[in-house]
Structures are given as structure tokens and as C-alpha cells.
Design a protein around this ligand. Structure first.
Ligand code: ADP
Length: 315
């Protein structure tokens, strides 16, 4: 089953700005899907159209087989949206906000109360249920948006930059929560600027740039395209000058940590042997994340270079 199918989708705003330029995209049911792209790429527009908040200029959208034009209500009730902005009534209490949402979807009061307790508990907001939402911290407001989006238990949860401005500790607990509901069967699509977030959470991603999908693949395959693999090594007895290794690049992070870039496919034993010869012992190692960022920069960088070339050729 496919959660989302977008076909030949276009959006031109009234000011003439084309935000989406013939987009095709599909997301499998059960996926944890990341939509990446620089600012102004068209991510929010795409999400807005799927969530029935923005009208499209052309093309089709289907959510779990429901066509957006023919059955917008079925689309609306199949998905929950966590927007970027806090768009709840800031004078309502936390509890009122989630219960009102349930009312909007016609959920019986008794069930709404059970769900409210469940989601507010899961998101660490239960103690604050009687608080006026205006008084919550930014991180709490963001979790409230998630609780609200889940009240009608949608099969697809769409989050627009869910962890923007959220501190690292809270970000990790939100990731755990999202992983948990994904494992329970909710399809998740998120947009993010944090490539580490995409790398850590998403199995599949699409990269959107200037209203076009420039890449649609799974994260593992994308990362495999990088010719080197970076590791962080915790070491003892690090000398002042680092050993030189042809093909491997070593960088000191601090007195007890080394970063090693290793050509893909080369045995790590070569690295360890040279380190051991130099009296450096490795106590632990881990993959350096954020490689997606590197790739992303490279891809968009290539595109910029392509454009320059095109200009040169046309001039
Ligand atoms: P992203 O979410 O990737 O940052 P957006 O979808 O918000 O990108 O924006 C895509 C493009 O559409 C941008 O150039 C933006 O300026 C433009 N845009 C977004 N919303 C509107 C609007 N309501 N009216 C006119 N142009 C808009």
C-alpha cells in the first residue's frame, strides 16, 4: 500500500512564483520519509497541499488511495499535520487544545479523554494539561502540536521541521517518540534542515530544490555514494605529531579523539596497525554521522557549478 502518491504536482503562487514544478513522489505505507532541501525549495508548499491547506495549481495527490480533489475529507482525516508555526489558540489550556481537535474529527468525548491522557503522557505534557498554552516553553509547544496531530490517530503523520529550535536532549527524546509511533505503524514524513536527523531517522529521502525533486532514494544508498567513511576514534597516548598514512586522513579533534577518513572498502586493520606502531591505542570507535550533510552540500554545490557552466556556455 502506498501512503502518498503525488503526480505532476505544480504550484504557482498568485505573485507568479512557481514553488513546485511538476513533482512526482511516492511514499510507502509504514515509511519514515525525509523531505530535504534548502530554504525556499518548496517543502512547506508540498506539505501544505497534501494537508489540504494550500490549493495546488495542477497535478494529483492521493493519500492512502483517497484522491485530494474527489475526497478531501478522507485525505484530511488520514493525516495529521505538525506545522512549523504554533497555530493553536494560545489562551486555551493544553487539554482544551487536544480535546477540541478530537471534537473537530468527531471523536466521542470518552475516547478523546483517553487519547488525550495517552498522548500528553507520552509527550511529557500531562502535568501541564491545565496550563494555558501561552505559558509553555517552545519545546513543550512543539510537543503539544504533535499530541494534537495524533488525536484522530492518523495513518500518516507529516511534520514540518519538528525539531527546529528544540534543544539537543529534547530533540533526541522526540526522535525516540517518532521512531516508536513509526514502529507501531504510523507512516511519517518530515521535513528537516538537520541532516543528522534525516540520517538517524529516515529510511528514504527526497531532496527538493527550486520546486523539483532532484533525488529520491534511500538514505543507505545515498551514503554509499560517498567514497570515504569517517570514524571517530577514542584513543590513548596521542602524540603531538600524527602518523602519516597514504590514502587515510587523520585529524585531531582533541587530546583523546581522532577523526579518521578511510577510503570505502579499505580494511580498517591497516589503520589500526599504523596507529599501534605509533603507540596509539584505540579504546573505542564510532561512525561519524552527518555525512549526509557533506553529500547534500556536494549535490547542491554541483548544481551551482552546473549552472555557472551553463551560463558560461550561453554567454
Ligand atoms: P521551503 O518550505 O522549502 O522553505 P516554501 O514552500 O515555503 O519552501 O517556499 C517555496 C517558494 O514559494 C519560495 O520561493 C517562497 O518564497 C514561495 N512562497 C511560499 N509561500 C508563498 C506565498 N504564500 N505566496 C507567495 N510565494 C510563496
Amino acid at each position: 500500500m502506498t501512503a502518498l502518491v503525488v503526480t505532476d504536482l505544480t504550484k504557482t503562487y498568485r505573485n507568479g512564483r512557481t514553488a513546485l514544478n511538476h513533482i512526482d513522489l511516492s511514499v510507502d505505507a509504514g515509511a519514515f520519509f525525509g523531505l530535504l532541501g534548502p530554504n525556499g525549495a518548496g517543502k512547506s508548499t508540498l506539505i501544505g497541499i497534501v494537508a489540504t491547506l494550500v490549493t495546488k495549481s495542477g497535478g494529483q495527490v492521493q493519500v492512502f488511495g483517497h484522491d485530494l480533489d474527489r475526497d478531501p475529507w478522507a485525505v484530511k482525516s488520514s493525516l495529521g499535520l505538525v506545522p512549523q508555526e504554533f497555530n493553536f489558540n494560545t489562551f486555551d489550556t493544553v487539554e482544551q487544545i487536544v480535546l477540541n481537535q478530537a471534537g473537530f474529527y468527531g471523536i466521542p468525548r470518552r475516547i478523546a479523554h483517553i487519547r488525550a491522557e495517552h498522548y500528553l503522557q507520552s509527550l511529557g505534557l500531562w502535568e501541564r494539561r491545565k496550563s494555558i498554552s501561552r505559558t509553555l516553553s517552545g519545546g513543550m509547544k512543539r510537543r503539544l502540536l504533535i499530541a494534537r496531530a495524533l488525536m484522530h490517530e492518523p495513518r500518516l503523520l507529516i511534520l514540518d521541521e519538528p525539531t527546529a529550535g528544540v534543544d539537543i536532549e529534547l530533540r533526541r527524546s522526540m526522535w525516540d517518540f517518532l521512531r516508536h509511533i513509526n514502529a507501531q505503524g504510523t507512516t511519517i514524513i518530515l521535513t528537516t534542515h538537520y541532516l543528522e536527523e534525516a540520517e538517524s531517522l529516515c529510511r528514504d529521502i527526497a531532496i527538493i530544490d527550486e520546486g523539483r525533486i532532484i533525488e529520491h532514494t534511500n538514505v543507505k544508498a545515498l551514503l554509499q555514494r560517498l567514497s570515504t567513511q569517517a570514524y571517530l576514534l577514542d584513543v590513548e597516548h596521542l602524540p603531538e605529531s600524527l602518523p602519516q598514512l597514504p590514502d587515510f586522513s587523520l585529524r585531531r579533534i582533541d587530546g583523546a579523539t581522532l577523526e579518521a577518513e578511510v577510503p570505502r572498502g579499505r580494511p580498517l586493520t591497516e589503520l589500526f596497525a599504523v596507529l599501534a606502531q605509533n603507540g596509539i591505542s584505540v579504546t573505542s570507535m564510532r561512525n561519524k554521522s552527518n555525512r549526509l550533510e557533506e553529500l547534500f552540500v556536494r549535490m547542491l554545490g554541483n548544481k551551482e557549478r552546473g549552472k555557472e557552466k551553463e551560463k558560461e556556455e550561453n554567454s
